[in-house]
Design a protein around this ligand. Sequence first.
Ligand code: HEC
Ligand code: HEC
Length: 194
Amino acid sequence: MKRKLLTASLFMLSAAMLGMSGTTFADDDDKGGGFMSRWFGGNKPGVAPVTNPQYLEECGSCHFPYQPGLLPARSWTRIMATLDNHFGENAELPAEDARMIKDYLLKNSADGSGYKRSVKIMNSLRSGDTPLRISKTPYFLKKHGELRPEMVVSNPKVGSFSNCSACHTQAAKGSFSEKEILIPNFGAWEEDDD
Ligand code: HEC
Ligand code: HEC
C-alpha cells in the first residue's frame, strides 16, 4: 500500500514537471498540440460551452455569459455570494434561481476541467487566489498584454476587457482561437508563432 502511494506520487510529480514544459510549445488551439498537450494541457480546445438556459438568461442579460470553465469554483462561490454588490450593480436573484445557477457554475468550473483554456487559467493561479474577474487572472493578462487602450477601453465598440464577444467572434461557442479574433475598427489579429 505504502509503496503504491509512493509510485503514484512520483508519477504525479514527473507529470507536473513534464506538464510545465509542455505548455511552452503547444499553447495555441490551432496548432494541434500532440501527446504532451493532450495529457497535460487539457485535451479539448477552448472552454466548455454554456448549456444551461437559465444561466444564459440570468447571467447573460448585462454582459457576455462567461463560461463556468473560465474561473475556479472558489471564484464563482464568491461572485454568487456578493450579487447585491456586483461590480457596482445589483445583480441579486431569487434564492432558488441563485442556488441552481451556483450549482451549475460549481459543477462546471475550471477546476478539474479537461478543456485547454480552463487548464491554462487554473495553472496561472496560486492555490489561494480567488479572482472575481477572468480579465484579472494572470493567464488572461499575459494573453492580452499587447492590446493597446484604443483597441479596448477607448474603443466605443468594445469598452472593456470584460466584453469577450466583441473581439472573439466564436466566444459563445467556447472558442477563443486566434484566427477567429476580429477587433472592431482594427480587424483581424495577426498571429505570431511564439
Ligand atoms: C445587472 C447587470 C448584471 C447582471 C444581471 C450580471 N452581471 Fe456580471 N457584471 C456586471 C458588470 C457591470 C460587470 C463589470 C463589467 C466591466 O467591467 O466592463 C460584470 C462583470 C462580471 C464578471 C467579471 C468579468 C471579467 O472582467 O472577467 C463576472 C465573472 C460576472 N460578471 C459574472 C456574472 C454572473 C455569474 C451573473 C449571474 C449570476 C452576472 N454576472 C450577472 C453586471 C451584471
Ligand atoms: C479587445 C479585444 C479582446 C477582448 C475584449 C478580449 N480578448 Fe481575448 N484575445 C484578444 C487577442 C487579440 C488575443 C490574442 C493575443 C495574442 O496571443 O497575441 C486574445 C487571446 C485570448 C485567449 C488565448 C487564445 C489563444 O489561442 O492563445 C483567450 C483564452 C482569450 N483571449 C479569452 C478572452 C476572454 C475570456 C475574454 C473576456 C473576459 C477576452 N478574451 C476578451 C482580444 C480580446
